[in-house]
Design a protein around this ligand. Structure first.
Ligand SMILES: C[S@@+](CC[C@H](N)C(=O)[O-])C[C@H]1O[C@@H](n2cnc3c(N)ncnc32)[C@H](O)[C@@H]1O
Length: 188
């Protein structure tokens, strides 16, 4: 199995901002593809009550993550899969977190993004999703004062195929806006 990206952890403050940006809550299933030491999935469960799945190829990082999950008593909410993320089905994810290279997203993960359900959120750190339009972009200072960039995408809105459709009146979109943003359209 091939490691496509080295382990560079997301700073904790940036993870908190990512959870805010995607409005992660107890109803969510969060995936982190290339989950490193498990910090994103652990915080999604610990701070937001979400279920979360980390996918990590490096066995040492998988052990470290599982220790963290156990330490926090989050075994019922967080699972770590020791797998190549290119071979994992993420279609059930409601939130997908990616901190990996542009070329890896482009060459291996675009089909997975297309398999997400309408309304699923994709949050990326530093790296935009090729060809997709972010619905939000946020600069966040990490613990060292360095500004890091988070992008938020929403399946059904962000991909080019969605731009030609009038999705405002679709039921899932109305429900999505009500639930996530508290916005109602005049006739919903
Ligand atoms: C930049 S780090 C991000 C870690 C974590 N998501 C975070 O934000 O703190 C990328 C991670 O992807 C893992 N990785 C690289 N190639 C992988 C692959 N093909 N399948 C699963 N994990 C992989 C690396 O071992 C590394 O831990």
């Amino acid at each position: 199995m091939e490691k496509t990206v080295p382990f560079i952890p997301t700073p904790i403050k940036v993870i908190e901002a990512a959870l805010d940006l995607a409005k992660v809550g107890p109803g969510d299933l969060v995936y982190d593809l290339g989950s490193g030491d498990g910090r994103v999935v652990v915080l999604a469960a610990k701070l937001r009550g979400a279920r979360a799945i980390g996918v990590e190829i490096d066995p040492a990082l998988v052990i470290l993550s599982e220790m963290k999950v156990k330490e926090e008593g989050l075994e019922d909410k967080v699972k770590i899969l020791q797998k190549d993320f290119r071979k994992v089905d993420v279609s059930e994810a409601t939130v997908l977190y990616l901190y990996i290279y542009y070329d890896v997203i482009k060459n291996y993960l675009m089909d997975k993004l297309y398999q997400l359900k309408p309304g699923a959120r994709v949050v990326t750190l530093e790296i935009p999703v090729p060809g997709w339009m972010p619905v939000a972009k946020r600069g966040v200072q990490d613990e060292n004062g360095v500004v890091r960039t988070l992008y938020l995408y929403i399946k059904g809105i962000s991909e080019p195929e969605a731009w030609v459709n009038d999705i405002a009146d679709e039921e899932w979109m109305k429900e999505f806006r009500r639930r996530l943003w508290g916005i109602s359209s005049p006739n919903s």
